[in-house]
Design a protein around this ligand. Structure first.
Ligand code: P70
Length: 457
């Protein structure tokens, strides 16, 4: 097994606290067994998310000093706009404070009461904004994506037959766009292929349906295409990123991931009317259209982050292969997890890890809490708690995938951190009989996973 060396050296360090098991038992109890409610200080290795947790480069920290904090027309806005146009190829750019703000504006503008929005698996905030705008999400990802042990190389792909079925059922005029995500998060960070995207483009052109990209993890997806798709081995990740975007009509993006910053997002598109309407919305919900909720320095760091993410392929190779190294350690110890390994995270399969805990007792949540107590590592539940309740029946959705996400922040942790986390999880797997299920003591109505509290049954 190979660990690709970090293509950087460490210039600033941030101490982290090691705690005892007894301390962690108390901390997780106080957090209602929900890792979102733990204090960051009490976490040794934080694999909750890759969102906003990147280490910025020296060039990004330097860029912060060049923030133009004018209310209107900041020079950092124009630099960022040009960078987004250069790297992603869209004509128009609207800044927002983060990804869900871009989803909010896009959903308000494109969705009508009764619209159906197909997507390659749901994402929590994306689907909620579709529903709040009066739409209904329809899953059109290939079946393989719902099977954690299926080795399909492009498990993010859309099943064109499912698209056809939806068009036949509801009519193309009720489908404003398909929400197409790169490195599909809820499927385990699974990529889409260019072949699938081209086929989808042809299909959508036939019916006048837009393709709106969730561009949050496109750089990682481009690396997988380079490694796995015929004809792409000699293309740069930068070129592949641009090619992906070229088949779509626009995008939403959480810049807190691939773009290597701690805050930020954007909406981009090629249609001028949509751009004009989006700018009108951004001033209502985010801020003027030349900052959209970011400060000038945030925009400066973001423009530099986007350039760094695609400057050469060394960074992205290290990034994705680091995640793969973590997964390989778990594979060697037979710990059940999603394959192929995703770009941003390793996802444990809680159904196979804890086969005796029923999904109504939240096995992924139980495993997330136990990992924290055993190791001080913070992971994220991505199962029945995250899936929420069906708005029509009120029942828990009981998704096929009941997963625990161990997410890799970018440029933050080293090989020994990963070795430590893997060792602890392997030990826990050997003692898995001792784990119990949970029930709600507090359940928020929307996006319940963020603030819910639990107790052991
Ligand atoms: C995560 C984060 C955010 C995200 C995403 C995709 C594919 C949009 C967004 C929203 C943060 C998160 C969000 C909801 C639940 C748990 C965690 N993903 N599309 O950790 O962007 O957060 O900037 O508003 O992954 O996966 P933003």
């Amino acid at each position: 097994m190979k660990y690709v060396p970090e293509p950087f050296r460490i210039k600033t360090v941030e101490p982290i606290k090691m705690t005892t098991r007894k301390y962690r038992e108390q901390a997780i109890k106080e957090a209602g067994y929900n890792t979102f409610l733990l204090r960051s200080e009490d976490v040794f290795i934080d694999l909750l998310t890759d969102s906003g947790t990147s280490a910025m480069s020296d060039a990004q920290w330097a860029a912060l000093q060049l923030g133009d904090e004018a209310y209107a027309g900041s020079k950092n806005f124009y630099d960022l706009e040009k960078t987004v146009q250069d790297v992603f190829g869209y004509k128009y750019f609207v800044p927002t404070h983060q990804g869900r703000a871009a989803e909010h504006i896009m959903s308000k503008l494109l969705i009508k009461e009764g619209s159906c929005i197909p997507g390659n698996m749901y994402f929590t905030t994306t689907r909620l904004h579709q529903e709040l705008a009066g739409g209904r999400f329809v899953d059109v990802i290939i079946d393989e994506a719902h099977d954690p042990s299926n080795p399909h190389p492009f498990k993010g792909n859309v099943d064109i037959n499912k698209m056809q079925k939806l068009v036949d059922e509801v009519g193309a005029d009720r489908i404003p766009y398909i929400s197409y995500e790169t490195c599909v998060n809820m499927a385990g960070g699974q990529p889409i292929s260019i072949a699938n995207l081209k086929e989808l483009r042809n299909f959508c052109d036939k019916y006048g349906i837009k393709i709106m990209l969730d561009n949050t993890r496109t750089v990682e997806n481009a690396y997988f295409i380079q490694q796995r798709e015929k004809g792409y081995a000699d293309k740069s990740v930068k070129d592949i990123v641009k090619e992906i975007c070229s088949y779509t009509d626009g995008c939403t993006c959480s810049s807190k991931k691939d773009c290597l910053v701690n805050i930020g997002g954007f909406l981009a598109m090629n249609d001028e009317d949509f751009f004009v309407e989006a700018k009108a919305q951004v001033v209502i919900y985010e801020g003027l259209h030349t900052y959209g909720g970011m400060s000038g320095r945030d925009m400066a760091a973001l423009a530099q982050g986007i350039r760094e993410a695609v400057a050469n392929d060394d960074y992205i190779k290290y990034r994705v292969e680091q995640t793969n190294y973590f997964g390989e350690l778990l594979t060697q110890a037979d710990v059940p997890h999603v394959i192929p390994h995703g770009g941003h995270a390793i996802f444990l399969d809680a159904k196979r890890f804890l086969p005796d805990i029923d999904q109504e007792q939240f096995p992924a949540l139980a495993l997330t809490a136990a990992i924290y107590v055993e190791t001080g590592v913070r992971a994220m539940e991505r199962g029945n708690v995250s899936a929420g309740r069906d708005p029509e029946t009120g029942e828990n959705r009981r998704p096929k995938l009941e997963l625990v996400r161990l997410t890799m922040p970018r440029r933050v942790y080293t090989q020994s951190h990963i070795d430590y986390a893997a060792e602890g999880i392997i030990k826990l797997y050997q003692n898995r009989d001792q784990l119990r299920g949970f029930r709600f003591v507090f359940e928020p109505k929307q996006l319940r996973f963020f603030q819910a509290r639990f107790e052991p049954v």
